[in-house]
Structures are given as C-alpha cells and as structure tokens.
Design a protein around this ligand. Structure first.
Ligand code: BG6
Ligand code: MG
Length: 211
C-alpha cells in the first residue's frame, strides 16, 4: 500500500523546466552553438554540473574545471534572474488539488529535487507548507539516476521505498525511483518505457488504480 508521495520539483510541481532550458540555450548561444529543445530533454533532472557536461558535449567543446565552474555559475545567475519574477501562477495544473487530496488520504508528502534553487522556488510559489519533507540539491551528494534523493525523502517520511510513489518528468528521475524500489510515475506527453505508469498531467493520476 502506498503511504508516501515524493514529487520532483522542476517540471512536476512548477513550470521551471522552461527557464532552465532558456538559460542553457543562452549559454550555448554565447559559446557559439545552437541548443534545441530536443537536446534539452537529456538535461532534465540532471545536476547542474552534469548538465553543463552534456551541453558542452552537444557543442563539441571541452574546458578545464575552473572555466566550467564559471560557466555553470553564469547559467545559474541567469536562471535565478528568471526565477525572480515567478509567482504561484507558475505552479502546474492540478498540483495543489492533488497535494490537498493526498494529504486528506493520510499520505506523507515529500519533495525530491536535484535543484539547489529549491528554497527560492518554494518561497516564490508558496508551496513549502504542503510538504512534510524537502530533500534538494543542497542536501544530496549523488545525482539522479542515483536513488539517494528519493531514499532520503522516503526515510524522512518514515516509509520504505516500496510504500512510496515518485512523480517525475525526467528519465534520470524515473531510473532513480526504480532504483529506490518506488512506484515510478512519469509525467509527460511522450512515453517513458522505464516508468511504471505514464500520465500527461496530475488529474490523470486520479483515474489510475495506483493507490
Ligand atoms: C533539476 C532540473 O530539478 O535540477 C535540472 O531538472 C537542473 O534541469 C537540476 O539542472 C539542478 O538545478 P539547479 O537549480 O541546482 O541548477
Ligand atoms: Mg524535473
């Protein structure tokens, strides 16, 4: 039986994936190459430095680690600048309804995100009070597809992985949930072969028999 729900943040709760993409695209443009939405899929759920490595690979470029730190900081500064203007409007459809309904059913609620900007996003969108546990890029050392972030989430909720479900919009995140023994639910319009379930938005969750 499902006792806990762990939500990825970017692209699941909040429409921030587009700002990550804009900032990476801007960095690529500055480095002299084009970075498409299709290229961007592989970066979803991936940590900041690992994303930079993928981006540089797509552009056929290599840099020393010092220069890479500088590039990652530059991307993040742009991203944070975009985040300044976000509000509750950026919370995705059916999110607050779903959280409220799960809470009423007695399900523990956690966030499991790779982002170090999680506190800022939660403050801007006023989502923090919905959650019992928040695990983000500031308290993890291994990036998705490693299950660390979700295992810490399950532990914080007090349930084994098998009693938790994970909502994700990235391949890396689905693999992390599977590795943690959790029920993996992919949110997206395309399909994700590794996910236990695929839904195109959170309202569809309520039409499944997952719980
Ligand atoms: C994930 C995003 O949630 O967080 C990735 O899907 C992002 O795109 C990663 O790179 C790290 O985020 P941040 O905000 O710490 O750079
Ligand atoms: Mg995501």
């Amino acid at each position: 039986r499902i006792q806990g729900a762990i939500f990825d943040l970017d692209g699941v709760l909040v429409d921030t994936a587009k700002y990550h993409y804009l900032a990476w695209k801007r960095l690529a443009a500055e480095l002299g190459f084009d970075f498409t939405e299709k290229d961007n899929e592989a970066l979803k759920g991936v940590s900041r430095m690992a994303s930079l490595d993928l981006l540089l690979k797509a552009g056929g470029l290599t840099f020393c680690s010092e220069k890479k730190e500088e590039l990652a900081a530059k991307k993040n500064a742009w991203y944070v600048e975009y985040l300044q203007q976000i509000t509750e409007d950026e919370v995705l459809d059916y999110v607050t309804d779903t959280l409220t309904r799960l809470r009423r059913l007695g399900i523990g609620l956690a966030i499991g995100s790779a982002s170090k900007n999680t506190p800022l996003i939660l403050e801007k969108t006023k989502l923090a009070p919905y959650f019992d546990v928040i695990i983000d890029g500031n308290c993890t050392s291994k990036a998705k597809p490693d299950p660390e972030v979700f295992l810490l989430g399950a532990k914080g909720l007090g349930y084994p992985g098998e009693e938790c479900m994970v909502f994700e919009d990235s391949e890396a995140g689905i693999l992390a949930a599977n590795a943690g023994g959790m029920v993996s639910i992919y949110l997206g319009t395309s399909s994700c072969a590794d996910a236990d379930f695929t839904i195109s938005n959170l309202s569809e969750f309520w039409e499944t028999d997952i719980m």
